[in-house]
Design a protein around this ligand. Structure first.
Ligand SMILES: Cc1cc2nc3c(=O)[nH]c(=O)nc-3n(C[C@H](O)[C@H](O)[C@H](O)COP(=O)(O)OP(=O)(O)OC[C@H]3O[C@@H](n4cnc5c(N)ncnc54)[C@H](O)[C@@H]3O)c2cc1C
Length: 358
């Protein structure tokens, strides 16, 4: 719980790592203030909402989970967090109908998706906490009065006892450089994998049998995942329409990283049509390039054996999927480890400690 006398901590980034860290630190008594450059929270657990116009001039709402479509829990700790969130109605188990020749290996962990959209989990973690969106922090300054955060050369907030950088490594490096050059260097060296994503609205297949699946993993071609997005739990379906998100493979995305969006869109539409086994009527389509989509699982944390970074002497920390072992679970694990380290090393007695010992 926040009190007026609680030490202030700035959290930069409101994805899974930043939101989890903020929630844990707030419950431990810190006065957290979260900043994110995007319009909303969730980071790569994102849902794009838009309106498209049909041939008659009528507009239709659409939404696409164009970042992480789902995640699974491998550790007992994360499984317990997931169970709690599912019990609170924030997560639903996703059991997609698999396309012919695509199958979930026996014993695969459950797939979970936040509902009603991907950012819902982060929104819930951040409920009641101050979050400043549309605010890209591009410099951190520190003097005797604490940390000061800048955006475009202007101070956006100051007087923080500590700062947590919970953003992808390439972006974190610039903020860390002046204060922890070694971390910045390691962040810069961290490999991140790109991903192109196609979002499309098509007509429905003529028969239910012709479209009896929600998830395909094509074994060849540009696409890694094809997801019937409107069939995920808690998503809205619209009569006669089908909403797709198709993710290109890492290799294809790397090769086409700088290709024009129109060229990428045409190639991914062709691949989706091939997967559907028909040429659908395209009502709407667009693509999104994730330059830093994910961390190679084997490479995550290979540069460092730590799951997070914390310099208690200056009050600077870093967390995220790249440190925690990749994916949503890695981001959560990294944030949790950092929050524990901050609380353990905090030299300022926290408000509830002061009350307890008063
Ligand atoms: C296409 C795609 C598919 C994926 N599939 C899966 C999957 O199947 N399973 C899985 O577990 N994971 C998957 N992931 C990865 C998963 O989404 C990430 O590992 C996880 O969400 C990372 O969380 P994070 O908090 O570390 O970083 P992010 O989610 O990237 O959050 C960082 C936040 O920081 C903000 N930010 C960045 N720079 C600044 C700045 N200078 N100032 C202020 N704010 C800033 C960003 O706007 C963002 O909100 C996928 C990701 C993508 C893109």
């Amino acid at each position: 719980m926040r009190t007026n006398s609680a030490p202030r901590i700035a959290i930069i980034g409101a994805g899974m790592a930043g939101a989890s860290c903020a929630q844990l630190l707030a419950s431990a008594g810190w006065a957290v203030q979260v900043f994110d450059k995007s319009r909303g929270v969730g980071g790569r657990m994102s849902t794009r909402r838009l309106d498209w116009t049909d041939a008659n001039g009528s507009t239709h709402p659409a939404s696409f989970d164009h970042g992480a479509p789902c995640f699974s829990a491998h550790s007992a700790d994360f499984a317990s967090f997931v169970a709690q969130a599912a019990g609170d109605g924030l997560l639903a188990r996703w059991t997609p109908r698999m396309a012919p020749s695509s199958y979930l290996p026996l014993g695969s962990p459950d797939l979970w998706t936040p509902t009603p959209d991907m950012p819902a989990l982060c929104r819930s973690l951040l409920a009641g906490l101050p979050v400043r969106t549309c605010c890209a922090i591009d410099a951190l300054r520190r003097d005797e009065s604490g940390w000061r955060l800048e955006s475009g050369g202007i101070t956006v907030d100051q007087g923080f006892a500590a700062v947590v950088v919970a953003i992808p490594p390439a972006q974190a490096a610039a903020l860390l450089q002046d204060h922890q050059a070694a971390w910045a260097q390691q962040a810069q060296a961290q490999k991140m994998l790109p991903g192109w994503a196609l979002m499309a609205v098509t007509d429905e297949a003529a028969s239910a049998e012709a479209q009896a699946w929600d998830l395909a993993w094509p074994s060849s071609g540009p696409l890694a995942w094809v997801i019937r997005d409107d069939a995920k739990p808690g998503r809205k379906q619209q009569p006669s329409l089908t909403h797709w998100v198709a993710h290109a493979t890492v290799d294809w995305s790397q090769t086409h990283l700088e290709a024009p969006a129109a060229e990428v869109e045409a190639a991914l539409k062709q691949a989706l049509a091939q997967q559907l086994g028909r040429q659908p009527h395209w009502h709407y389509s667009t693509v999104h390039r994730w330059r830093y989509a994910s961390v190679p699982r084997a490479a995550a944390s290979s540069i460092s054996t730590t799951t997070h970074r914390w310099d208690a002497a200056i009050g600077l920390g870093a967390c995220g999927d790249a440190l925690g072992g990749a994916g949503v679970e890695g981001a959560w694990a990294s944030a949790r480890a950092l929050a524990a380290a901050i609380n353990a090393s905090s030299q300022t007695p926290l408000p509830h400690d002061r009350q307890a010992h008063a």
